[in-house]
Ligand binder design. Structure first.
Ligand code: ADP
Length: 191
């Protein structure tokens, strides 16, 4: 299996690149942000609880997202591999993911990080907020809070995978196709 974590701060382009990668490599895409928004739109208890965190730019509790990813993987046992987008976002999530993949007799193949500076991210997210309808993209305070959460809780994951020689950074500013090529260069080496 090819199991990729597409890593990077909010607004780095993980969703956009995931869409291209999943077609070329025939992978299943798991975006915890999309799964949480689907729960919220369906008005489920889980969705309503998650929205309290999302609207403030805070991370949703680990147990909630880990449970969602477990369910998604259990529903897709025929997958040739997964792209994890927006997950893991904490060390606890990374450890849980490792053990879920062990149960699948597989492991993370590679972690590719899209590198984009904070000012560019804020600009991109505010622009996205004009059309996405996402409330968390419309306030600069919420965006900055998401970025703080990223620095405090998510960035340590980079070292977690670097220590396993699985992390590679890719320039995340430029043409979408150019960035896709850089990601493919890494994936082609291991697939
Ligand atoms: P972005 O990368 O643009 O911030 P996402 O769609 O990945 O957007 O996530 C939106 C929000 O959903 C996050 O700010 C967070 O509140 C919540 N969320 C998504 N994935 C996770 C996760 N793995 N752990 C905790 N919270 C999450």
């Amino acid at each position: 299996m090819l199991n990729l974590i597409l890593f990077g701060p909010p607004g780095a382009g993980k969703g956009t690149q995931s869409e291209k990668i999943l077609v070329k490599y025939n992978l299943k895409h798991i975006s915890t942000g999309d799964l949480l928004r689907a729960e919220r739109n369906a008005g489920t208890e889980l969705g309503n609880q998650a929205n309290e965190f999302i609207s403030k730019g805070e991370l949703v509790p680990d147990a909630v997202v880990i449970g969602m990813v477990k369910n998604f993987m259990a529903d897709n046992t025929d997958a040739k591999g997964f792209i994890f987008d927006g997950f893991p976002r904490t060390i606890a999530q990374a450890e849980a993911l490792d053990s879920m993949l062990t149960d699948f007799n597989t492991e993370i193949s590679i972690v590719l990080g899209l590198e984009v500076n904070e000012d560019e991210l804020v600009t991109r997210l505010l622009l996205r907020g004009q059309t996405s309808g996402r409330a968390d993209d419309q306030s600069e305070d919420t965006i900055r809070n998401r970025f703080q959460e990223y620095l405090n809780k998510t960035l340590p994951i980079q070292n977690y995978y670097s220590a396993k020689n699985k992390y590679f950074g890719v320039e995340g500013i430029g043409e979408i196709d150019q960035i896709f090529e850089s990601l493919c260069d890494h994936l082609d080496k291991i697939s």
